[in-house]
Design a binder for this molecule. Sequence first.
Ligand code: SIN
Length: 192
Amino acid sequence: MIQDTRAINSDRSDIETLDEIWLFGYGSLIYKVDFPYLESKPAYLCGWSRRFWQGSHDHRGTPDKPGRVLTLIEEPSERCFGIAYRVTADVFDHLDHREKNGYLRLIKELEFEDVTRKPGVTYIGMPNNPAFLGPASDIDIAKQIHISEGPSGTNREYVELLAEALKAHNVKDPQVDAIHVLLQKLDSRRDA
Ligand code: SIN
């Protein structure tokens, strides 16, 4: 189900308390950077892990046939690689619109490669949001992604661009890699 979180996110005033605003991207915000920023660097969100558990009814799927995109789930023993962008507060109108389907704009602690820590703003589809699809087997996730497409393009492209971007940073993510390989297998089965 679709949920438009723009009103909730734009009411949040907590970014005003930050002396620097660091936006953390762990999915499409790694490779589709359609907003201005002052600097960027790799970062980690400790205690969180990315999963293809969020429904995409607006970008990589449709209301009738949602795709699957990333959200973060709490996983105390893990940390999630991403890119942190130092931004100004005016980017959030655009980002709240882009990430409006169930994502809440939350402040979590980021760790940079030099081990310094700073608060970071990140979009998370929490398990109680109506667009949350939750866990499924890798093959079921890959099958759903394989057939999904929306206004921003195919769901397969979302995974491919992410896999390329993670590879460029020498980051291995077991679920992204597994789904990427399964998508290639599904492609070759279709082409056979
Ligand atoms: C993100 O990239 O940080 C949020 C999820 C997405 O837009 O793919």
